[in-house]
Design a protein around this ligand. Structure first.
Ligand code: ZN
Length: 298
């Protein structure tokens, strides 16, 4: 048996202990670690379909597109904000624990893990941060499998945001990046002084792509604050960020990959999607809100 992480048994809620090839709780519920390194903690009754989440094509499209670096500024900003939080706590805490809720194919989780690990190892004043724990979970087993290719030092898990297999009051940071927001579960797993970061799309996000697909382009921004307001308050402005820049996508494959990453793939008509097939280059606006929250005092 090795040290206890934050994972809990999805059946009984007790802590899970890791052995070489298994996770096990004190009631003897056992979960095998897959050969890729992830563990499936999704209970059959919490699945809505046999293979919930993304199709293989969508997972690979997102993997390829993100690897091109188009969204790197979003990842860099997130890393900067989380690092700021870690630095503010390191004098009193020897551990820092992060859960990425809906981690997809692991792009942001992996870059954050590398950033925090590199910084805490290289700066001597941070030598008190002895334990960094990273959990990334997603309902899509295909996406979780793909994320195992990115990093072996993150515990990848198949699970759903409505039943997060992570101990109560255990996390310093929870991330919800373009994925489902479940305020009750996020507030349960966060420490009282923990932070939540939510990435959501602003009104001009991918507006050029949308203009190619729809005759009538509406300016819609999703503001997560209203969903969270009962339990969370937004952090001060300098701890949140609006991220806006343009990218030039210079291959038809990458344009198609981007389309597959978005809900427009399902919403747009076939003929509209076909009009993209001849494009070899597209400049699009990236418009993202990265908002930090803390728990309301109890
Ligand atoms: Zn159990």
């Amino acid at each position: 048996m090795t040290e206890n992480g934050s994972l809990i048994c999805p059946v009984c809620g007790h802590s899970l202990m890791r052995t070489d090839k298994q996770f096990q709780c004190e009631s003897n519920h056992q979960f095998d670690v897959a050969k890729q390194g992830y563990v499936n903690l999704l209970q059959p009754q919490h699945k809505k379909s046999k293979q919930p989440g993304d199709s293989p094509e969508m997972v690979e499209a997102r993997y390829r597109f993100l690897d091109e670096g188009y969204y790197e500024p979003i990842s860099d900003k997130l890393n900067e904000l989380i690092l700021k939080n870690l630095l503010s706590k390191h004098k009193t805490n020897s551990s820092y624990k992060v859960t990425d809720a809906g981690s997809g194919e692991g792009y942001y989780t992996q870059r954050l893990e590398r950033c925090l690990n590199t910084t805490t190892r290289s700066e001597t004043h941070l030598n008190k941060v002895e334990c960094l724990e990273f959990i990334g979970f997603d309902i899509s087993q295909r996406a979780v499998k793909a994320s195992c290719r990115r990093s072996k030092s993150i515990q990848w898990v198949t699970a759903t945001s409505s039943h997060i297999p992570v101990a109560s009051n255990s996390q310093d940071a929870v991330l919800s990046l373009f994925s489902r927001i479940v305020p009750d579960e996020f507030s349960r797993i966060l420490k009282q002084d923990g932070i939540l970061y939510v990435a959501s799309t602003g009104p001009n996000h991918l507006v050029e792509l949308r203009k190619k697909l729809y005759q009538d382009v509406k300016q819609i921004a999703y503001n997560p604050t209203s969903t969270l307001s009962e339990q969370f308050t937004p952090l001060e402005q300098n701890l949140s960020s609006n991220i806006r820049y343009n990218i030039i996508i210079e291959s038809n494959q990458a344009i198609h990959d981007l389309l597959l990453m978005t809900p427009h793939y399902w919403r747009a008509t076939e003929s509209a999607k076909q009009s993209l097939q001849t494009l070899s280059s597209l400049t699009v606006t990236i418009d993202i809100m990265l908002t930090g929250y803390r728990l309301c005092p109890q």
